[in-house]
Design a protein around this ligand. Structure first.
Ligand code: SAM
Length: 307
């Protein structure tokens, strides 16, 4: 981690305070008040950027989720900027106060416990209301677990859907996976270690046996990215027991030759002429790689004359 005294100063130009410091997109930081979103490390203090350190040092106030967590980071960097709490439980009360300070000329930094604020962390409404009030908003970007997991997964990274935390209960979880299933892109979810195997099972049941990656303890001592088909990952974690630490799940898009809905209906219609719903679903599921549960549900609909 760079020593605070060695960090290059955050120039006005860096913050868009001089002509040419930003494009014409309307988000330049003018003189006066500003909301500054600051990304912090996700496990390795060395990942804080020089700009983030300067931004935190120069701020009039740092709004943080947990002052113990952010206090530790600031102490490490020798920064003594005042901290105020901004978390799910006090956000509605704190927002007008913070926006008022910015409107009065203060530079308010927003950090979360780790990573990029707003990414499954507080901040979205603060930014929304700051923008609506015509206040300056900028960002000192940096680490974010879903992006690091995607980059390391070995799965297509050109298009992806970040779907946040998977719900804890299986029925809601399958619903959330089902919603994401239709997108022909790589999927990214947050999950906890104790629920990993159950969630991998639901992912396989809804999506079929797609390629996936479990990214764990990123940037930390025991960083690990395990790649494989969902079935292989399930077998591994069943055998090894639940892993420790923080986890991002990345699941590849459906195979390009995966059967379309029309193909599926045609195959099922053919099979249903000579087979029971159960057998037709099993046969078509095996032929297409589509999850049995999904094919069975569609077979039932077709069997009932559904469109
Ligand atoms: N805002 C953060 C970011 O940009 O990375 C994410 C915050 S979210 C509340 C916390 C979740 O992110 C964890 O439960 C875990 O799923 C994931 N996560 C955070 N740090 C991680 C790490 N070092 N390795 C793997 N996953 C991590």
């Amino acid at each position: 981690m760079p020593k605070p005294s060695q960090s290059p100063p955050l120039s006005k130009r860096d913050l868009g305070q001089e002509p040419g410091g930003s494009d014409s997109g309307g988000s330049a930081v003018g003189a006066g008040g500003c909301l500054i979103l600051v990304a912090t490390p996700i496990g390795n203090l060395g990942d804080i950027s020089a700009r983030a350190l300067e931004g935190l040092r120069d701020a009039d106030l740092i709004a943080c989720e947990d002052s113990r967590v952010t206090g530790k980071l600031l102490r490490h960097a020798g920064i003594d900027t005042k901290l105020v709490a901004y978390h799910d439980h006090n956000a509605a009360e704190m927002r007008p106060k913070l926006l008022g300070r910015i409107a009065a000329g203060a530079r308010v930094a927003l950090v979360s416990d780790a990573g990029t604020p707003l990414i499954s962390d507080p901040g979205y409404k603060l930014v929304q209301e700051a923008v609506a009030a015509g206040l300056n908003v900028t960002m000192l970007p940096g680490p974010s677990a879903p992006i690091m997991a995607l980059a390391l997964s070995g799965l297509p990274s050109d298009r992806f859907l970040f779907a946040g935390f998977l719900p804890p209960k299986s029925a809601a979880r399958r619903g959330a996976i089902q919603e994401a299933a239709r997108a022909p892109v790589t999927l990214i979810f947050f999950e906890t270690a104790p629920r990993l195997v159950e969630s991998l099972g639901d992912l396989q049941a809804v999506l079929g046996d797609r390629p996936a990656a479990v990214a764990r303890e990123l940037t930390k001592l025991f960083e690990e990215v395990r790649r494989g088909r969902l079935s292989e990952l399930i077998a591994h974690y069943k055998e090894q027991g639940p892993p420790k630490g923080e986890i991002v799940l990345v699941v590849g898009p459906p195979a390009e030759d995966a059967a379309t809905e029309a193909d599926l209906d045609a195959l099922l219609a053919g099979a249903l002429q000579s087979m029971s719903v159960k057998d037709a679903a099993a046969t078509v599921s095996a032929a297409t790689g589509r999850p049995k549960r999904e094919v069975y549900a569609r077979a039932l609909e077709l069997g009932r004359g559904g469109a």
